[in-house]
Design a protein around this ligand. Structure first.
Ligand SMILES: *Cc1c(COP(=O)(O)O)cnc(C)c1O
Length: 308
């Protein structure tokens, strides 16, 4: 994408938590959150090929799906605005959400919002529903929820060419939060062969992601890579659910490292990873890179409701 050069701002920061010293672990955070103030984190990687292709095929509008605080819709609205592509966000929930910080930004950047019931939202992968949307809004291209398709996975392909890896070209383990699994697939397809990958789903019952990630990998000819796993015990009760322990952990982490986390994804990932390190799950000397996938705009919705 012309408007942003990630080489300027992404970095690898070593995070010195007491538990890492105790267990002999080197822990780094890949600061994708620094890529850009609006299209931060993994969404930049996931959207760029999708929007370039939309632009190249002269499509007028990109339609996608998300919740009322969606990082994906937020990033899509800004990127579409910058690239001269109209955007339509299909939002699960009531029109009252239109005034929240996430959707206010999206509308300011020109995104049209269509609020739908939970039952209509469930049709988001239905081909007939897509046909109906495209006949109501001609000249549209549909990008799935979270932006996760083969183009999104390909968007990560040059990740390891970035200068920031010079200090640590072949980490032992990458760790990322997972929602729809597109980011995890992108990391798995792009990583050095020796590097293992651990995905931490932030929703309850995330076992289906095994299949979804595998299909995305097959779609980019990376289906044979097998050194990756999911940890299904890091969801803290479910999507966007916050436990008191999680909030306490985030505050402590932010005090110790001066790095902000978001409660839905990166906070849960770090909380779980911290537990796994404390339990001695990784051998001494292991070099771990956790991905800061961004999402900090989503903090506002929790702050506004007094939940953080
Ligand atoms: C969307 C998002 C994720 C999850 O990415 P998927 O590709 O859907 O698994 C992780 N972290 C943040 C901050 C996100 O916004």
């Amino acid at each position: 994408m012309s408007y942003i050069d990630p080489n300027q701002s992404m970095r690898l920061d070593q995070v010195k938590l007491p538990v890492c010293a105790e267990q002999g672990i080197s822990l780094y955070l890949l600061r994708m959150d620094l890529i850009h103030p609006q299209v931060s984190g993994n969404k930049w990687f996931k959207l760029r090929q999708n929007l370039l292709e939309a632009k190249a095929s002269d499509c007028e509008r990109v339609i996608s799906f998300g919740g009322a605080y969606s990082n994906h819709l937020h990033a899509l609205a800004w990127a579409g605005h910058e690239m001269g592509i109209q955007t339509l966000g299909i939002v699960r929930g009531e029109p009252e959400y239109a005034g929240n910080p996430t959707l206010s930004d999206a509308q300011r950047w020109g995104m049209t919002l269509k609020f739908v019931s939970r039952s209509e939202y469930r049709l988001r992968e239905d081909i007939l529903y897509h046909k109906a949307l495209c006949s109501t809004y001609p000249g549209s291209r549909i990008v799935p929820e979270g932006g996760s398709n083969a183009l999104a996975v390909r968007g990560f392909s040059d990740l390891f060419d970035h200068d920031c890896w010079r200090v640590l070209p072949e980490p032992d383990l990458l760790v990322s939060a997972c929602g729809t699994g597109g980011t995890l697939a992108g990391l798995i397809a792009a990583k050095p062969a020796v590097t293992d990958v651990l995905g931490i789903p932030v929703l309850k019952g995330g076992g289906f992601l095994k299949h979804d990630v595998q299909s995305l990998l097959a779609a980019v000819e990376a289906g044979s890579v097998s050194n990756w796993q999911l940890d299904l015990d890091g969801h803290e009760g479910g999507y966007a659910k916050l436990s008191a322990e999680l909030i306490e952990f985030m505050h402590q982490f932010e005090m110790q490292t001066k790095i902000e986390l978001d409660p839905v994804y990166t906070g849960k990932m770090m909380f779980r990873l911290h537990k796994l390190i404390a339990q001695g799950k990784f051998s001494r000397g292991t070099k771990i890179v956790a991905i800061h996938t961004g999402g900090l705009q989503g903090r506002r919705g929790f702050l506004e409701r007094g939940l953080l």
